[in-house]
Design a protein around this ligand. Sequence first.
Ligand SMILES: Nc1nc2c(ncn2[C@@H]2O[C@H](COP(=O)(O)OP(=O)(O)OP(=O)(O)O)[C@@H](O)[C@H]2O)c(=O)[nH]1
Length: 371
Amino acid sequence: MLNILIIGNGQCGNRILDAINRRALGGGKNCSRLARFYSRQKFKSHVETLALNTAINDLKEMKFTKAKDRIHIEHLHGVGANRNIGKQVFGEKKERIMRQIEERGNFDIAFVITSASGGTGSSFTPLLVKEMKNRYNYPVYCLVVLPFREEGTLYLQNTAFSIREIRQSGTDGIILADNQYLKNIGGSIQEAYNGINDMIAERILFLLDALDSEMMMVTDLGDFKSVMSGGAGLATMGFFKSDKETSIKTAIQSTLSPAGLLFSTDVYKEASRAMIIIKGDRKYLNVDDISDEIEKLSRAIGHVFKGIIVRSGEYPQVLSVLTLESAHEMEKLYNIAIQAIQQEKEKKQRVEKESELDKTFSMIEGLEPEY
Ligand SMILES: Nc1nc2c(ncn2[C@@H]2O[C@H](COP(=O)(O)OP(=O)(O)OP(=O)(O)O)[C@@H](O)[C@H]2O)c(=O)[nH]1
């Protein structure tokens, strides 16, 4: 049995963690809040979850994560997208945060979930990972959510710096999920967030289940580590759940297609290593068809690990984990981020010069109110 730690930092990280806990309690989208009082989590592994946030309201919003796992790192009501303040708060509260991890025991693998663009999660994550890597010898993977591109200059510049810092933190790999790419889920912004969080939670739970399952064809933690160590330190995941109409070939293709992935990439051009895990009833799993599809991918990118988990009565579900050797979409994001940083710099310079407003205020210099 694997010991797994999942940490959610900041509002986005907290919400995704809560979606994972809801699913682990067996809940779909409408799972009752009461479920957490009487259900046992369906993790096969021993999983500890921990939510960190400077904003108490974000922690209170969580419905399926135990109160003891929601840790408030006091600083006003968040750090207002300011990563410098976030880093300072982490520095001040570091030992308290690390004690929380220490108390939860030793692990085989850890995941840290955050948005790249806010203040708290994106500044805590690189510093936290660095501390974890210094103190423990288990792999630490980050799941990082990229912003909608129209969310503003501060979020864009935070993204550019935080991704670079997370890469340099010693993390064993970054799994990307992109709000912009996934936004066609539709509905209100809250519905889109819930939909995206649910997609991420579904993939993470499938992965955890697979890493701790008896397989007909084996992939294990060692294979996952090998996949994640390939490429340029960035990865993404794809998923597809088939019904009785879908062939296993189509299911595998779908997990590698835009509809199945969490980040925009042409896997046949940009992927470096992959892991494909298939779960379902033996009668749907034609081994020749599976091999055909996997070979097509491995001819294009190199090595592909494959795993098959037999679950009687279930239509196949397929998960892909892909490390990337290049990421065109990330280059595009950095180009807009550079413009955003420039824009913020020019604005600051303009404000630092004596502004028209300063001139207006100075008109009453030397005068006193007369009554
Ligand atoms: N997918 C997804 N993205 C979210 C969610 N909530 C916020 N975001 C995104 O996260 C980014 C903002 O980061 P947050 O996580 O809210 O910020 P924070 O880390 O709490 O930091 P501060 O609020 O600045 O202290 C924006 O790009 C949002 O679009 C969510 O529930 N799901």
